[in-house]
Write a protein that binds this ligand. Structure first.
Ligand SMILES: CC(=O)Nc1ccn([C@H]2C[C@H](O)[C@@H](CO)O2)c(=O)n1
Length: 105
């Protein structure tokens, strides 16, 4: 069964609620999300619900293909984004870009 829930590190909550962050880059374990799916969003640290989002698209992307547009959609600089991803996943080539918009908070 596909999960209707995603977690984010607490430090990204404000950016999601303000609409400054509209994508997240995840590994294969979170590639099951589908466009049109409503998803409940909680903090990774304490599992506190803070909003619902609608998934707009899910696309494969390679780490080396990340560019300034992706960084802007994450509300980060490109070096910051690459560091965040490497800190979370280590050296990773294949990612999934999950685009979303806020539905309820
Ligand atoms: C458990 C887990 O992997 N949680 C994650 C993974 C990624 N993010 C954020 C961090 C960046 O903004 C993008 C890129 O990976 O997604 C997260 O908040 N929590």
């Amino acid at each position: 069964m596909t999960s209707n829930k995603i977690t984010f590190f607490q430090r990204f909550e404000k950016d999601i609620l303000s609409g400054a962050k509209t994508i997240t880059l995840r590994d294969d374990s979170e590639s099951h999300f589908k466009a049109g799916q409503g998803v409940s969003v909680s903090t990774y640290e304490t599992d506190r619900w803070f909003c619902d989002v609608m998934i707009d698209s899910v696309e494969r992307i390679k780490f080396d293909e990340l560019n300034l547009i992706h960084a802007e959609q994450e509300n980060m600089t490109l070096p910051e984004l690459k560091t965040v991803i490497t800190d979370i996943y280590g050296e990773i080539e294949n990612l999934w870009m999950i685009s979303f918009h806020l539905v309820r908070s």
